[in-house]
Design a binder for this molecule. Structure first.
Ligand code: PLP
Length: 384
């Protein structure tokens, strides 16, 4: 960790290289959340039935501006898993319909489409994207090759979880929509890691997390739905919005903005998280993104060189996480050894298509190149 780590509560004895799984939230954002919670507990009715809606609208406006989305199209969800569930469980599928995804999809979201398919007689088609790979066309070609006359929906990751690839979503959405296929983008890692212009992307559905690379409190996600697809969408939890007689807000907002009593502070703190991240470096979040990318790339280079491994993908397909394939072996044991003996938190997992162990590094403001050197030293010991 480096000196900019001060605002984070991370254990200084641990080298934290898994911001990709669970982002660390800076202290000023947690302080803002604590203030909100205190306000809520001082007058729960006034807060939840009174000021909440306006506060939500204000937070929504800030996040929409950040993501290049129309605020009418954006709702908060608890996380990207909930966003994907809302979409796929709202749609009507018929026997023989096809839902297209890739072998890089996140397990939880793949489970959601598998479940919907099993209930409706639809079929999940998994396009095989190779890894290692050398060019983004190796992503485009298999996905488009998986489209048939029965394809109704494609679940496409923006930044893949196991392989840490930035998928070319602009090209994919354009081609899939042109083929008459609605796309739900799983952008769990994207906000804060890659620039977003969701209105220009114009996917039918885009969901993502604010609690990863935007460093918001856990439980903050977004779902952006194109105007022509909002009428058919319901949230994972049906509540008062379903029969609300109000006409001053869209049904889409009424349905998603209230999902029963819960703590709305993660959503309301998204503007605080954006402000804190904007303030870390003179160039704001754009500079932070670039710095994190350069550090992830430098960390990957160092590890590849020290371990004698060929790059599994071009640097241009990386954001601020990077996956490095290792030799065969027990990934759970390696994860434990790195944590217990070397005090390094880094994910280790198998990648089934070529049956090897992988690690995935991450780079956030609190990391420095020494963190990856420490990991290389530890791997030299554990893999010998
Ligand atoms: C691609 C992808 N989708 C979805 C998720 C799920 O995120 P959450 O647990 O916040 O819903 C993750 C989590 O790492 C992910 O990497």
């Amino acid at each position: 960790m480096n000196t900019i780590a001060e605002p984070f509560l991370l254990d200084p004895d641990i080298t934290y290289l898994n911001h990709g799984a669970f982002g660390a939230c800076p202290r000023p954002v947690l302080d803002a959340q604590a203030r909100l919670r205190a306000e809520m507990e001082r007058g729960p009715v006034r807060f939840l039935n009174g000021v909440l809606e306006k506060r939500l609208d204000a937070a929504r406006a800030v996040l929409a501006a950040f993501a290049g989305a129309r605020r009418e199209d954006l709702v908060f969800v608890t996380n990207a898993t909930a966003g994907v569930n809302a979409v796929v469980r709202s749609l009507q599928f018929s026997p023989g319909d096809e839902i297209l995804t890739t072998n890089h999809a996140y397990n939880a979201c793949k489970n959601a489409i598998d479940w919907v398919a099993a209930r409706t007689g639809a079929r999940v088609v998994v396009a095989t994207v190779p890894f290692p790979l050398a060019h983004e066309d190796e992503i485009i070609d298999p996905v488009l090759g998986g489209v048939t006359a029965r394809t109704r929906l494609a679940l496409i990751d923006h930044v893949t979880s196991p392989t840490a690839l930035i998928f070319p979503v602009r090209r994919l959405v354009a081609a899939l929509e042109a083929a008459g296929v609605d796309v739900v983008i799983d952008g769990a890692h994207a906000p804060g890691m890659v620039p977003l212009d969701l209105a220009a992307l114009d996917a039918a559905y885009y969901t993502g997390n604010c609690h990863k690379w935007l460093c918001a409190p856990k439980g903050a996600g977004l779902l952006v739905t194109r105007a022509d697809r909002q009428a058919e969408l319901v949230p994972p939890v049906i509540s008062h919005g379903m029969n609300a007689p109000r006409t001053d807000r869209s049904r889409y907002h009424l349905l998603f903005d209230w999902a029963g009593t819960s703590d709305p502070s993660p959503w309301l703190c998204v503007p605080d998280a954006i402000a804190v991240l904007e303030g870390f470096l003179p160039g704001g979040i754009a500079e932070l993104r670039a710095r994190n990318h350069e550090l992830a790339v430098a960390g990957r280079r160092l590890l590849l060189e020290r371990l004698g491994i060929a790059p599994p993908c071009p640097e241009s397909l990386l954001g601020s996480i990077a996956t490095i394939p290792l030799g065969a072996g027990d990934s759970v044991a390696l994860h434990h050894a790195l944590y217990d003996r070397h005090r390094i938190e880094v994910p280790c997992f198998p990648w089934p298509t070529f049956g090897r162990r992988c690690i995935r590094i991450s780079a956030q403001i609190y990391n420095s190149i020494e963190d990856y050197a420490r990991l290389a030293d530890a791997l030299a010991v554990e893999l010998s």
